[in-house]
Design a protein around this ligand. Structure first.
Ligand SMILES: NC(=O)c1ccc[n+]([C@@H]2O[C@H](COP(=O)([O-])OP(=O)(O)OC[C@H]3O[C@@H](n4cnc5c(N)ncnc54)[C@H](OP(=O)(O)O)[C@@H]3O)[C@@H](O)[C@H]2O)c1
Length: 251
């Protein structure tokens, strides 16, 4: 039960959904966990729910000033991070005709720049034996309507898995990703889609899941904790899909 005892875990975007469930998973196995989120009040509420082994840092993954302050804020809590789970993000949807520059900037800032600079900034706190896990998505493997920008940004993150793994191998730091399929979270809250559109999309997606349901955030969390554990000590530069068998090619 205590396989992460004395381990320090940083999870970006830990106030709900997959990030929060992953924080709970690590805490259940003995870890000290720091979560980030954009808002003090949500962060405080979540830290309270997670209990005494959780701490919170207000940090917006889409803002460079916050990303550059992250190392200092984390170091004020712990001198080392054993597991970094870069999870903060959301998916914004629009048809090709309706994508504008602000849409692209928002997605690139949080998902692409946010992921790269989070890893860059936290790296000085990580040593041999530690592990980075990135949050990718099934959208990199399918042609899903209205998701061109989000899918491209997650594809960039998927690409980081290989390049970061190659760069961090000499330091003995493993890099992998967990790619969630449809998971029941607050994911659609900032999707730019109406309630009806969300319902239609969810129905369409659900019809394609061989296991015929949305996944639970805790099911993604278990894959993240596996990749971070000693059981995955020789797993490096790859991606685990937690998607109920979602078909990987669709036009
Ligand atoms: N649910 C799915 O089906 C699914 C599938 C594949 C991939 N994903 C990915 O999984 C990750 C987590 O999403 P979720 O499904 O768990 O949705 P969620 O319940 O909405 O959780 C998103 C989390 O990310 C945080 N966040 C969002 N923007 C942030 C920012 N700029 N800076 C810091 N934190 C930020 C949110 O915190 P605050 O709002 O408090 O800032 C929240 O804790 C995302 O990267 C998403 O793209 C989800």
């Amino acid at each position: 039960m205590q396989r992460f005892k004395n381990k320090h875990v940083l999870i970006t975007g830990g106030t709900s959904g997959i990030g929060k469930a992953t924080a709970q998973e690590f805490i259940d196995h003995g870890a000290q966990v720091i979560i980030t989120g954009r808002f003090q009040d949500t962060l405080e509420k979540t830290v309270h729910e997670l209990g005494p082994n959780a701490r919170g840092i207000v940090s917006d993954a889409g803002k460079m000033a916050d990303l550059f302050a992250l190392e200092g804020s984390v170091a004020a809590i712990t001198p080392k991070i054993d597991v970094l789970y870069v999870n903060a993000g959301f998916g914004k949807y629009a048809s090709l005709e309706n994508v504008d520059e602000a849409h692209i900037d928002e997605m690139v800032n949080v998902l692409v720049k946010g992921t790269l600079f989070t890893v860059q900034q936290v790296l000085p706190l990580m040593t041999a034996g530690s592990s980075v896990i990135l949050n990718t998505s099934i959208v990199t493997e399918v042609g899903m309507p209205d998701s061109s920008v989000y899918s491209a940004c997650k594809a960039a993150v998927q690409s980081f898995v290989k390049t970061f793994a190659s760069e961090l191998s000499p330091k003995g730091i493993r890099v992998n990703a967990v790619s969630p399929g449809p998971i029941a979270t607050n994911y659609f809250d900032r999707s730019n889609l109406s309630e009806e559109q969300v319902e239609a999309l969810a129905g369409d997606v659900l019809a394609q899941v061989p296991l015929a349901r949305f996944g639970e955030p805790s099911e993604v969390a278990k894959a993240v904790s596996f990749l971070a554990s000693d059981d995955a000590f020789f797993i490096h530069g790859t991606e685990i899909f937690v998607d109920g068998g979602f078909p990987k090619v669709r036009v």
